[in-house]
Design a binder for this molecule. Sequence first.
Ligand SMILES: C[S@@+](CC[C@H](N)C(=O)[O-])C[C@H]1O[C@@H](n2cnc3c(N)ncnc32)[C@H](O)[C@@H]1O
Length: 227
Amino acid sequence: MSILDLFLTLDRAGPGDVESLRWALDVAGTPPGARVLDAGCGTGADTGDLLAAIPEAQVTALDAAEPFVSVVRTKFPAARAVEGDMRHPPSGPWDLIWSAGAVYNIGVTEALNAWRPHLAPGGRVAFSDLRWTTDTPAEGAVAHWAGEGLTLTGAEALEAEITAAGWRVIGARWIGRAGWANYYDPLEAMLADEKDTALVEAFRAEIACWKLYGDSYDYRLVVVEPV
Ligand SMILES: C[S@@+](CC[C@H](N)C(=O)[O-])C[C@H]1O[C@@H](n2cnc3c(N)ncnc32)[C@H](O)[C@@H]1O
């Protein structure tokens, strides 16, 4: 089973929930009828909630993986689902660019630079990114993420990167454990029925790491605007 196959039947490919999404919409002041881009939408973890939470929203869901785009097209016919690279998003303009757990693919600075010209006046970006929650993360967590090729930093480093790119943080919070459970519970149930391939073992190890050391890291959800 490939990573694509694994996530095709799951609703989420990263932590998040409707409560934190609604918080972001509130902070961003996303108006009724907003033009929203869900950048790196996966199988539409948040596409339906964006449609439901914003009256008369016009939601475009964008992902580089065509099979995910197909799933979104079927699941959420009220959204426009397009295959493409978030470095070159559909032109918009967008009142909100939402991106859950996907910005790391290109990096925060590159994403913000790419998206700036596509925002409507007063438009905002909300995205989540994996960060340490503490200056002293558990050694087991450091080792796990290093093994995945990731050297994490904290919330302050994220804010500094956003500021250096010429943006202002207007709200920030952690996703929290409910958002992780929302992602990991169905994934763990699915893995229980799978053969012990390297991919399956890797995700089991990731979930085990979170159960042990999940207090050391979380997704930072930020709402930002260009300065
Ligand atoms: C961790 S998943 C998160 C998906 C979804 N937002 C969620 O929370 O379930 C990251 C997604 O980003 C997509 N992706 C990776 N690089 C991309 C790019 N350059 N442009 C658009 N999508 C990309 C992947 O195909 C994947 O669906």
